[in-house]
Design a protein around this ligand. Structure first.
Ligand code: FE
Length: 173
């Protein structure tokens, strides 16, 4: 269970860092995203993906633009693709939604609009086709919606410990 302890201590030591110019911390953002997944009756793999989607920010290495890759590199060591792939694709999902949903771009927070530029802007048609060929692209889109909503200041949601069993059940043995 070393991976669970790693997750707990990463959030403990670095979870209070601000979440990319938003009014919530990294830990608050992760807990709100996981709680949104749970509230929408998402399966356990998606609850864990929501909880861990930005773990790349806590791992220190890599520039902001590539946090999904740092996160994926870690998550895929410990969890199956149904957890790690939505994590890998969650930034691409934002670029996908910006290209396919006119209202989505209007709803993005100012900080998220700013990072969109760094992330490559809305997808081109070729990129859209390639994205839709990814086995977990629709899960990544679901994750993206929770990600975008998980920015409420001072929202009371269940704590990290409540996810222990769900995490443990999905860990690779
Ligand atoms: Fe996020």
């Amino acid at each position: 269970m070393a991976a669970i302890d790693d997750i707990m201590s990463l959030f403990e030591t670095k979870g209070s860092a601000e979440y990319g110019g938003e009014k919530v911390s990294q830990l608050e953002h992760a807990l709100q995203a996981a709680h949104l997944a749970k509230t929408e009756n998402a399966p356990p793999n998606m609850i864990v993906a929501a909880l861990l989607h930005d773990i790349g920010h806590l791992l220190d290495d890599g520039p902001e633009a590539a946090h999904e890759h740092a996160g994926h590199a870690w998550v895929c060591q410990h969890f199956p693709p149904e957890v790690s792939e939505p994590v890998r694709l969650h930034v691409a999902a934002k670029r996908y939604l910006c290209a396919t949903d006119a209202k989505y771009l209007q709803r993005l927070s100012p900080a998220s609009v700013q990072s969109l530029h760094v992330q490559g802007g809305p997808m081109t048609d070729t990129e859209l086709d390639a994205f839709e060929e990814q086995p977990f692209y629709s899960q990544a889109v679901s994750l993206r919606h929770w990600d975008d909503q998980a920015k409420t200041e001072n929202l009371a949601v269940p704590g990290l410990d409540t996810y222990r069993e769900t995490i443990a059940a999905l860990l690779k043995t």
